[in-house]
Design a protein around this ligand. Structure first.
Ligand SMILES: O=P(O)(O)OC[C@H]1O[C@](O)(CO)[C@@H](O)[C@@H]1O
Length: 426
């Protein structure tokens, strides 16, 4: 269960009017009658996912682990951030290279330098590629795949096809055609699940399983969240309470939410969260702008703005109660660095003190304080957290009377790029 706290009164966010609104939203969500309800496949996905599908993912992941030193995952946005978030949160800081299969990403930006160095890095390694694009036509991953496909064909000849796995729409898209023409193994992104809600489908599960993490536990955590947060319990449901408080603050002029963490491994959960909330809510001239900081690092940079800058921010801490590993400050013979007063304190305890000190300071500076905590960083807790965020996001966007599941605004810049590049038809 996510523990949610707010420095103000949650009751003042849960007025009778807002409770009625949330009750209606809840009905629309679960009866699939709200805006964009064609894209609610993620809502009961954890409890309805088919065992045969999971077996297939596990089998493919096992074969990737046998034949590949490196799995290159090509994708952008929702086709990359879910797997990246989970892998970053669960992997040790310094041993990724020692894993049976290292997972690397491509196509999430367009850096010639990155791609060239990636190709050089995998030159003498055994490689499998998983290219992921729901639409099958996104430029960045398509470009990266053009280079990786050539690399794989030069390296493996006819066997290249057995080392390329495509995750895309079941019926349409250039990537699907490529997969069919070349006989690549295929996984489907369900029609009713948008990219940023797809972490529990093959999009996230295959790379996560290939890296050796338990997708069974990840889905068990998501299922636990699905079941726990199903009801409209205004006192107990943190997804509803968090959405109500965010909306209340938004109507009071706090239009920016800053996610703050003390465990840097969660920084890609923040990136995933930014896409989820930014693309879901930022429409029709409305929406809370999602931003993120990593503490205590950013207390020495962005901390100044948060404490003293324009007062349109609220801060939401994402906290992890237990650390797997920790260190205790020891008593030094000579107290040259003047730190002996901290002897006996663990670094996790230091961060907890830093959290309290920071939160009190920012509150007194006029920044409303929210917190979400999970017990520890493991597959179960992460599955639970990511599902919780998706549900909260749906409630939040509906409170703004916005369709949480489309992203019409991303087309404009794309059209401009295509025009500038003289793409046929633009
Ligand atoms: O999976 P696709 O279709 O390549 O899209 C990748 C990302 O691009 C977007 O469509 C935005 O351009 C996101 O919504 C999506 O997650």
């Amino acid at each position: 269960m996510i523990n949610f706290t707010f420095s103000g009164s949650v009751d003042s966010a849960l007025t009778d009017e807002r409770k009625n609104q949330l009750t209606q939203i809840h009905e629309n969500l679960y009866n699939k009658t709200g805006k964009g309800s064609d894209f609610l496949g993620w809502l009961d996905w954890p409890s309805t996912v088919q065992p045969e599908f999971l077996e297939r993912i596990e089998k493919t992941a096992a074969s990737i682990r046998v034949k590949a030193d490196v799995l290159v995952v090509i994708g952008i946005g929702g086709s990359y951030l879910g797997a990246k978030a989970v892998l970053s949160a669960l992997s040790p800081y310094f041993e990724q290279g020692k894993k049976q299969t290292e997972v690397l990403f491509a196509g999430h930006q367009v850096s010639g330098e990155y791609l060239k160095q990636l190709l050089a890095y995998i030159e003498d390694k055994e490689v499998v590629v998983n290219v992921i694009s729901k639409s099958g036509k996104t430029t960045e991953p398509a470009l990266a795949f053009r280079f990786l496909k050539k690399f794989m064909e030069a390296r493996y000849g006819e066997d290249a096809a057995s080392r390329i796995i495509v995750t895309t729409d079941e019926e349409k898209g250039a990537l699907l055609n490529l997969a069919k023409d070349n006989g690549y193994e295929r996984f489907v992104v369900p029609d009713d699940v948008g990219g940023r809600y797809s972490v529990f489908t093959a999009v996230g599960l295959l790379p996560i399983a290939a890296a050796g993490f338990s997708i069974e536990r990840l889905l068990a955590g998501a299922k636990d969240a699905e079941e726990t947060y199903k009801g409209v319990d205004f006192e107990k449901n943190p997804a509803i309470r968090y959405a109500a408080v965010r909306h209340h603050l938004y109507t009071e002029g706090f239009t920016n939410e800053v996610s703050a963490i003390f465990e840097p491994k969660l920084s890609f959960v923040q990136e995933w969260w930014k896409q989820l909330f930014g693309e879901s809510e930022g429409k029709e001239g409305k929406g809370i702008f999602p931003a993120s900081v990593v503490f205590t690092t950013d207390l020495h940079s962005m901390g100044q703005y948060i404490q003293d800058g324009k007062r349109n921010l609220f801060e939401t801490f994402l906290l992890v109660k237990e650390a797997d590993e920790d260190m205790t400050v020891f008593e030094a013979d000579e107290d040259g660095d003047e730190l002996n007063y901290m002897a006996g304190i663990t670094l996790q305890e230091f961060n907890h003190v830093a959290y309290r000190g920071t939160s009190e300071a920012h509150l007194s500076g006029g920044v409303p304080q929210l917190s979400l905590s999970i017990e520890k960083l493991d597959e179960f807790q992460l599955g639970h957290l990511l599902y919780f965020y998706m549900l909260t996001c749906a409630y939040s966007a509906y409170l703004l009377d916005i369709n949480p599941f489309d992203q019409p605004g991303v087309e404009d810049y794309k059209n401009n790029i295509f025009k500038l590049l003289n793409k046929p038809g633009y």
